[in-house]
Design a protein around this ligand. Structure first.
Ligand code: SOE
Length: 371
């Protein structure tokens, strides 16, 4: 019989729901080496968290995450709370010897991220950050192709992550628009994913020249007409220099009408190019230079031979956003079983946060900044 590991989920809103679904489904589709048990979900509001436990499939609920982390029967702590709670919760979980799985960005500040990595290393616990887009089959395929040298030496990375959910100036000032709760705006929330993909696919970023912009500086507090300041960026834009000589750019904006979850990258190398767009996530556009008749081709990444697809449906039966979390959790379970630290982990989270911090410094100084 497989070893069972009890999971505690902190936070049950959007990301918590995606993670709950992953914990529930992973063992149905993948041959998991250890079996996760959805033990307890935590939240501040008792009525809402008890409802979440019932609808999302958790055995128990609690309004006290500290007590849950102290429990001997909890093995994995999954952190899906707003950024302001990440550091305290992750450090407490590490001190209690738990596996720590944390949403991005790692902390609200660089200092928090430094402390979080130190805590998991000091306590020798398994740790992972949830940059789920690495686990889109088309993105994993892009990684394989780059590693196999298919597009040669990489010259350019262009990462673009655009959304439009706050274009309306009367959209309320929710927690994602408050620096004390979330650290930064589009920069940490979505550009951080493009930065993670840049690091995963191209390499380390060493220098940035960044710009941040808040177009709508006041918004109504939720449920009222009282206006409150917005102190995070609506849009973040940066040029990048990579250690391996490549150059690139990253853009995150929530002010791009019509762009719902447009997480796109284009990579150009000496022998070809690769393009990915999350809004067509089962496809990868690839150009390999094969002489005058070369052209971009669309690879339909749904074949059992493609990453993760053997676990799903026959070719052509597409998968979606939620599958990326299932794949991420599967990678975590394999790493736990094999006694190794999975990827991406808190060291990646810290490295990402150093890039975010450098972009903020550069936006303030209006000069290039080292990461
Ligand atoms: C924000 O709108 C958000 O939900 C991010 O927080 C997620 O990380 C991203 O994957 C989708 O957009």
């Amino acid at each position: 019989m497989k070893k069972k590991l009890n999971v505690a989920l902190l936070g049950y809103q959007f990301m918590g729901r995606a993670h709950s679904n992953a914990w529930r489904q992973v063992g149905h589709f993948f041959d998991v080496p250890v079996e996760p048990v959805m033990k307890v979900v935590c939240g501040r509001n008792e009525a809402a968290v008890s409802d979440a436990a019932r609808t999302l499939g958790w055995e128990e609920y609690s309004t006290d995450w500290r007590k849950v982390i102290e429990r001997d029967d909890i093995d994995i702590v999954d952190i899906c709370t707003p950024g302001e709670a990440h550091a305290e919760q992750a450090i407490a979980a590490a001190e209690a010897g738990k596996v720590v799985f944390c949403e991005k960005p790692l902390g609200n500040t660089l200092d928090e991220a430094v402390e979080m990595l130190a805590a998991v290393e000091r306590n020798k616990v398994t740790h992972m950050i949830c940059h789920n887009y690495r686990r889109v089959p088309a993105v994993s395929l892009a990684k394989q192709m780059i590693e196999d040298g298919k597009i040669g030496r990489i010259y350019h990375y262009r990462g673009t992550y655009l959304q439009d959910w706050i274009v309306d100036p009367m959209f309320p000032r929710v927690w994602r628009l408050e620096k004390s709760k979330t650290g930064s705006g589009a920069l940490g929330d979505i550009a951080s994913h493009s930065i993670d993909l840049a690091r995963y696919l191209v390499g380390e970023i060493t220098e940035v020249s960044g710009m941040l912009k808040t177009f709508v500086t006041e918004r109504p507090l939720p449920g009222t007409s009282e206006m409150a300041p917005v102190d995070v960026d609506d849009a973040a834009l940066s040029l990048l220099r990579f250690e391996n000589g490549a150059i690139g750019s990253v853009e995150g904006s929530r002010m791009a009408p019509g762009r719902k979850n447009y997480n796109r990258f284009e990579i150009n190398g000496s022998r070809g190019s690769i393009v990915f767009d999350l809004e067509r996530m089962n496809e990868l556009e690839v150009y390999i230079d094969e002489g005058p008749n070369s052209g971009f081709k669309d690879i339909y990444v749904t074949d059992p031979a493609h990453p993760y697809f053997a676990a799903w449906w026959p070719a052509g039966h597409i998968i979606g956003y939620e599958h990326t979390f299932i794949h991420t959790v599967y990678e975590l379970l394999k790493a736990i079983d094999e006694g190794r630290i999975p990827s991406p982990n808190f060291a990646d989270g810290l490295r990402n946060q150093r890039v975010l911090d450098a972009i903020e410094r550069s936006a303030a100084s209006r000069t290039w900044e080292n990461v």
